[in-house]
Design a protein around this ligand. Structure first.
Ligand SMILES: Cc1cc2nc3c(=O)[nH]c(=O)nc-3n(C[C@H](O)[C@H](O)[C@H](O)COP(=O)(O)OP(=O)(O)OC[C@H]3O[C@@H](n4cnc5c(N)ncnc54)[C@H](O)[C@@H]3O)c2cc1C
Length: 300
């Protein structure tokens, strides 16, 4: 199908984009990479009267660290996350998650701002950002910028805490301890498909071999990314032995409320959650042990 008729606007600055959006927020849509919006328009699942193309706002495409935290501009493409040395060294979970997003052609166009704003419940980057305790900077022309924690940003399937007159401009990710372990695990029917189940895990292992600051964020377990807090509490301060990992996997599965569809029943999806959480914890622990042994004491 073809989209309904719309007016196409191409601002040259973020202020101009915000002004255009404020003129008619309920009937306008921001166009970033177009990898989700264009199919939505073609299927006429949405028929906005105006498209505001932000692709000329190239100063929104950046990755930098400031005061130890990572700042990601909204127009940063998924491929930039995959290829950045800064991400690989300091926030490798993001690289691992980006790699699971669709195919290379889509990762070259799709943006992190688009993925987070679109808030598909099967999208990898929102899950990784929830594990990383990230915050989202949303701006409007009248109220300025506000910071929304990822834990409050994702409200439901394709629903966020942003107001219609706001543009997502930046994502901020706090520093992680040197030598932390991470893993992003996913199961999908075919390579590049949206995942049936996934898990983003970060944790550290202290000098006594105990887990510290474990974070487990689930994909496909709810309508939003879901932190498996009971599983995290079971691991925190424990030695990551078989019993602790079994318990954490069970608690994560109990917390999950997957919805069955033609790709798999709710029970099947819950069992997949168990598989990805177990893989995620095991791989994160292995990396954390290697990272701890390789990190000088004063850098921890
Ligand atoms: C075949 C196919 C397979 C895919 N598989 C996956 C997958 O496995 N995992 C996955 O995560 N994604 C997948 N995607 C989606 C892809 O990752 C998109 O890039 C992403 O969802 C949206 O990013 P975008 O920049 O293309 O946004 P767009 O499509 O341009 O916009 C998406 C939505 O976000 C809004 N928006 C965009 N930017 C902003 C902003 N800065 N502020 C406010 N609102 C904004 C738009 O108005 C629109 O509503 C797939 C897409 C396709 C076509």
């Amino acid at each position: 199908m073809k989209p309904s008729v719309f007016e196409y606007l191409r601002p040259e600055s973020i202020d101009e984009a915000l002004r255009m959006l404020a003129e008619d927020p309920d009937d306008s849509k921001i166009l970033a990479g177009g990898q989700s919006l264009i199919p939505v328009l073609n299927f006429r699942m949405a028929s906005p009267e105006r498209l505001i193309d932000i692709n000329r706002l190239t100063d929104l495409a950046y990755l930098r660290s400031a005061d130890g935290e990572l700042r990601i501009g909204a127009l940063t493409r998924h491929a930039m996350l995959e290829k950045s040395g800064l991400i690989e060294r300091r926030w490798p979970l993001l690289k691992a998650a980006a790699h699971w997003v669709a195919h290379a052609a889509i990762r070259n166009r799709g943006t992190i701002g688009g993925s987070v704003s679109h808030a598909d419940s099967a999208a990898e980057l929102p899950v990784a950002l929830t594990a990383l305790n990230a915050s989202i900077v949303a701006r409007s022309s009248t109220r300025g910028a506000r910071l929304i924690p990822a834990s409050e940003f994702f409200v439901g399937t394709m629903t966020t805490a942003m107001e219609p007159d706001e543009i997502l401009v930046e994502i901020r990710v706090p520093a992680l301890p040197a030598g932390h372990g991470y893993a992003f695990e996913e199961i999908s029917r075919r390579n590049g498909d949206f995942g049936l189940a996934g898990a983003g895990v970060v944790l550290s292992i202290d000098a006594e071999g105990k887990v510290s600051d474990p974070r487990i964020s689930l994909l496909g377990a709810a309508q939003t990314p879901l932190r498996a807090t009971e599983a995290e509490e079971r691991l925190a301060g424990a030695v990551a032995d078989e019993q602790a990992i079994d318990d954490a996997v069970r608690l994560a599965c109990e917390a999950a409320e997957p919805i069955g569809d033609l790709h798999g029943s709710a029970d099947y999806r819950r069992s997949l959650i168990g598989v990805v959480v177990r893989r995620g914890i095991n791989n994160a622990v292995t990396r954390a042990k290697a990272g701890r042994d390789a990190t000088p004491q004063h850098n921890r």
